[in-house]
Design a binder for this molecule. Structure first.
Ligand code: UDP
Length: 259
């Protein structure tokens, strides 16, 4: 089969031309980067897990009426998505102090926030994705007032839904990053959820042990990255409870589960 035309290659994913106009194929790589790509590595099997986890979460979000770019999963590493014009803003939602917030305000990680915080970062690798305010976004035209409102509204709905979903499987949703894209219908456009939702862009802490089940394992050299991602997939019901799978390392898996 002729290889499809590559549209874009990012740090963890590649986008290819889709089979129909207005569609793309999103390919999940095993590559991992952190600290604005200063740290690079490979987490073997990550792409397969993120493809499956993101499919599951986007499907659930679609079910509660959040519009997303996800159409269907094609195979272990690829999914068919709607082509969108990416809004150059990363929307970060925080429930608990961690990561850059902890550093910026000098508060220890783990403190529950009295209210959910939404932050915006301007997507620009050369600038290191600086944090910006809604004033900057409107002033420089990165998104309109209506789009900003819709993105914040969806971010809160996603947070409420996912906080409950993860709490039900013993995981604390500490923070996460969302990306949105514009789709055009005649001369009108609207924003829909794009990119992915996976342990690459979320902080997920085991409620009982506090163990990190996300990309911080890679960022902070904690090891056991793929086992942590597998654990998230397993608790979401996406891997068999017991028995082997192609990407399962049972020893570390048991260790992580405290067995
Ligand atoms: N995040 C992300 N991509 C980025 C920056 C952040 O997916 O380029 C996610 C990150 O995984 C975490 C949340 O957004 O779940 C908040 O990240 P933070 O601002 O604390 O930055 P970090 O500590 O990752 O540099």
């Amino acid at each position: 089969m002729a290889r499809r035309r590559q549209i874009y290659e990012g740090k963890a994913k590649i986008l290819y031309e889709g089979p129909e106009p207005g569609t793309l194929i999103q390919y999940f790589k095993d590559d991992a980067t952190a600290f604005n790509a200063q740290k690079k590595g490979t987490i073997s099997g990550k792409g397969v897990l993120n493809n499956r986890i993101s499919e599951h979460i986007f499907t659930l979000l679609g079910g509660i009426g959040i519009p997303t770019h996800f159409l269907r999963r094609l195979n272990m590493r690829e999914q068919l998505i709607r082509q969108v014009e990416i809004v150059p803003i990363e929307v970060v939602v925080r429930n608990v102090v961690a990561g850059s917030l902890s550093k910026r305000i000098g508060v220890e990680e783990g403190q529950q926030l009295p209210r959910t915080i939404i932050e915006y970062y301007y997507k620009d690798d050369a600038l290191g994705d600086p944090m910006v305010s809604d004033e900057h976004i409107l002033c420089f035209g990165w998104a309109s007032q209506e789009e900003l409102h819709d993105m914040a509204d969806m971010a809160i709905r996603v947070n409420d839904y996912l906080s409950g979903l993860f709490a039900g499987i013993g995981i604390r949703l500490v923070d996460f990053k969302l990306e949105f894209g514009r789709i055009w219908e005649n001369e009108f456009s609207r924003v829909i959820l794009a990119d992915e939702i996976s342990p690459d862009g979320c902080r997920l802490w085991d409620m009982a042990s506090g163990e990190k089940l996300d990309k911080d394992r890679f960022r902070r050299d904690l090891g056991g990255e793929v086992e942590a991602y597998q654990e998230v997939a397993r608790r979401l019901g996406l891997l068999p409870e017991d028995g082997d799978t192609p990407v399962l390392d049972l020893d570390s898996h048991r260790k992580l589960r405290g067995k």
